[in-house]
Design a binder for this molecule. Structure first.
Ligand code: NAD
Ligand code: APR
Length: 233
């Protein structure tokens, strides 16, 4: 099969071999901490110090990690593929960028960005954040938050994502459990538009039955070999 327009969705599993915790695996993040405390607007309102500590710790941890062969394979696909490649990630880490991917959407936000809940400005962010951090734009204190899409909030750039899914002829889903919407529905959206859909995951996801094809195994192995096949045409 020759493809021209590829949309790729990645989840926490693509960063697992780089050392980033996944959420719902056996010892995933949500088995250690209640997601309602650190990944909902209500949790932030109730205890902003806990939420800042959680994301400060994740920001520092991710800075010590490196992209793996799966991230690098997707960057190579974008560079060498003759058609279009759009990478949509649910991850807030910057490992795709550091591997060289550029046509990229962080639908759940990113840890190197901050949002002011008072004026709505989004700014690039390094280092820690706290309840004393003033907004660099409006100066308000106590309103800066991680620029991360929490449960109950609208993911970013959905219109652009759905437009790409409707035009895709190949949809690849990598390292996601298919537990969270709207990302979990992307395979159906792409399939309805006639795209070939493939899941590359450690094990069958919750939306496994929606895919035309699946290759199960660690992303750092299965993604480079699938990209090699795509580039050979
Ligand atoms: P959700 O999974 O609860 O649902 C998102 C939307 O899809 C909702 O409108 C919901 O009604 C709909 N939906 C849920 N189950 C569905 C189903 N079985 N079939 C069809 N539609 C269904 O996600 P949420 O609570 O709205 O969270 C919004 C976004 O925030 C999600 O994309 C989530 O991944 C993201 N998020 C990010 C973090 C983070 O730390 N980055 C943490 C939690 C959530
Ligand atoms: N290679 C490939 N897949 C892997 C690997 C690996 N080395 N390790 C784990 N996986 C798979 C797991 O089998 C699982 O299906 O990655 C998936 C990770 O699923 P989750 O932990 O649920 O992460 P994700 O799907 O990204 O969660 C979606 O939920 O909490 C929110 O916003 C958060 O973006 C996150 C969203």
């Amino acid at each position: 099969m020759m493809f021209e327009r590829i949309v790729i969705l990645t989840g926490a599993g693509i960063s697992a071999e780089s050392g980033v915790d996944t959420f719902r695996d056996r010892n995933g993040l949500w088995s250690k901490i209640d997601y309602r405390d650190v990944a909902t607007p209500e949790g932030f309102a109730a205890n902003p110090v806990l939420v800042h500590d959680f994301y400060n710790m994740r920001r520092r941890r991710i800075a010590e990690l490196e992209p793996n062969d799966a991230h690098r394979a997707l960057a190579r696909l974008e560079r060498e593929f003759s058609g279009e490649v759009l990478l949509v990630t649910q991850n807030i880490d910057d490992l795709h960028e550091r591997a060289g991917s550029t046509n990229l959407i962080h639908m759940h936000g990113e840890h190197l960005s901050a949002l002011c809940a008072a004026c709505g400005v989004r700014v690039a962010w390094q280092g820690d954040m706290s309840v004393e951090t003033p907004c660099p734009s409006c100066g308000a204190v106590g309103h800066m938050r991680p620029d991360v899409v929490w449960f109950g909030e609208m993911p970013y750039q959905m219109e652009r994502i759905y437009t790409a899914l409707r035009a895709a002829d190949l949809f690849m889903s990598i390292g996601t459990s298919g537990n969270v919407y709207p990302a979990a529905q992307f395979v159906q959206e792409a399939g309805r538009s006639g795209a070939h859909t493939i899941e590359l995951n450690l094990e069958p996801s919750d939306t496994f039955d929606d895919f035309d094809e699946a290759i199960h195994g660690p992303a750092s192995r299965v993604v480079p070999s699938y990209v090699d096949m795509l580039l050979k045409g």
